[in-house]
Design a binder for this molecule. Structure first.
Ligand code: KIV
Length: 271
């Protein structure tokens, strides 16, 4: 395979151009080869290997327990499936908040061992040294502000963030800082739509919203939520595009019935 053919169609530069011409950016999570094949094949612009894998793949309450090795396993499975989309991988909790050299080493491991295109990191001014250090290695960084699930124990709630003036002002300040540092995009999670619109207007890099209204340059959802695989999570911002939980339950029940009744396998289904 030539070097050129390994460069995916969607690049960080392409996302900036999309913002400039007002073309919305579509982004979904994936954590495994089969799902990523479907999501990429459908034409998504960005695939996020989110640390939400801790919730939807492993059943943890929060995103905190997932490890760097586990993220690398998920991301390398996704990358093997993807031809077109930009693949972004979450830096898991504990791999970048300490010192910037540890952050750089974690980001290098992700890029080297997965073949992904970029990393995502939660936070603003408090982690800016890590962001800058990662960028010095030529690794593209997507920022993440607003509701940052790795800080859930500090927030104490998954409610909307930055409703108060002071938190909104800090978010705007952080967004500019991250853009100046060289981030190529910023995820805005669960903040008032008016604030997201303001940030989107002020920044030249794309904003990708989740629960942040329709003015952001793109939208992201957790794929298990939007496909209705995960029944127990119904925030206002979530639109369900399928009810795969019901479809899959019916299919499994049907299979069980067929096995029990000796209907499966039939003569055509044996050697
Ligand atoms: O981990 C994740 O899925 C995310 C998205 C919700 C943006 O960070």
């Amino acid at each position: 395979m030539s070097v050129e053919s390994k460069v995916r169609a969607v690049t960080t530069l392409r996302l900036k151009e999309m913002k400039e011409r007002n073309e919305k950016i579509s982004m979904l999570t994936s954590y495994d080869y089969s799902m990523a094949k479907i999501v990429d094949g459908a034409g998504i612009d960005v695939i996020l290997v989110g640390d939400s894998a801790a919730n939807v793949m492993a059943g943890h309450e929060t995103t905190l327990p997932i490890t760097l090795d586990q993220m690398i396993y998920h991301a390398s499975s996704v990358v093997r499936a993807v031809n077109r989309a930009l693949v972004v991988v979450d830096m898991p909790f504990g791999t970048y908040q300490g010192d910037s050299l540890a952050a750089l080493n974690s980001a290098i491991r992700i890029m080297k061992e997965t073949g992904a295109d970029a990393i995502k990191i939660e936070g603003g001014e408090e982690i800016i040294d890590s962001v800058k250090r990662i960028l010095t290695a030529g690794i593209p960084v997507m920022a993440h502000l607003g509701l940052t699930p790795q800080s859930i124990h500090k927030f104490g709630t998954y409610n909307v963030r930055a409703k108060e003036e002071a938190e909104a002002a800090k978010l705007i300040h952080d967004a500019h800082l991250l853009e100046e540092a060289g981030c190529f995009a910023v995820v805005l999670e669960k903040i008032p739509a008016t604030l997201a619109a303001k940030v989107t207007k002020e920044l030249s890099i794309p904003t990708i919203g989740i629960g942040a209204g329709g003015s952001t340059d793109g939208q992201v959802l957790v794929v298990h939520d939007m496909l209705g695989i995960n029944k127990g999570f119904s925030p206002r911002f979530l639109r369900r595009y399928a009810d795969l939980y019901t479809i899959m339950t019916e299919a499994v029940s049907h299979y069980i019935e067929d096995v029990k009744s000796c209907d499966f396998p039939n003569e055509q289904e044996q050697y």
